[in-house]
Design a protein around this ligand. Structure first.
Ligand SMILES: [Zn+2]
Length: 146
């Protein structure tokens, strides 16, 4: 009973792709033989196909292979699935550094090697606001009054 309730909570976190649980547990999916991090965007398995592990090693021992998208066997931050949020964080830093210099989002995107449309999308995903909105509320703006 306890076990079942715990699994329900983990499954809910997996469904929600709750980043707070990233690295805290791993999900083995019996239909594919692959295990994932809770934030993985690739899979959404039914609860009866999910087995939860507290470490990647445990999942491998149970016979699961690491997912190629979220790379649960790597340190968080090194997987393709993390690329978007890493980009958003870099952009946020650039925005803060260049606050008030009138640099456009296009220029910042170009510096990061992507398009402004792509940047806006990953930014929204990471911060739930647009880059412009973020800039308006960024701490630097309080200081420099831009
Ligand atoms: Zn995955």
């Amino acid at each position: 009973m306890e076990r079942a309730r715990w699994d329900d909570a983990l499954y809910a976190a997996f469904r929600a792709k709750d980043a707070r649980f990233d690295g805290r547990f791993f999900v083995g999916i019996s239909t594919t033989g692959v295990y994932c991090r809770p934030i993985c965007r690739a899979r959404q398995a039914r609860p009866e196909h999910c087995t939860f592990f507290s470490s990647a090693a445990e999942a491998e021992q149970a016979g699961y292979r690491p997912c190629l998208l979220c790379r649960p066997e790597l340190a968080p931050g090194n997987a393709p699935v993390d690329a978007g949020s890493a980009l958003a964080r870099k952009a946020a830093r650039l925005l803060e550094e260049n606050c008030g210099s009138g640099q456009s989002l296009k220029e910042i995107a170009a510096r990061l090697g992507c398009t402004d449309r792509h940047l806006r999308r990953v930014f929204l995903e990471e911060y739930h606001v647009t880059p412009v909105r973020y800039l308006q509320t960024a701490v630097c703006c309080w200081r420099r009054i831009c």
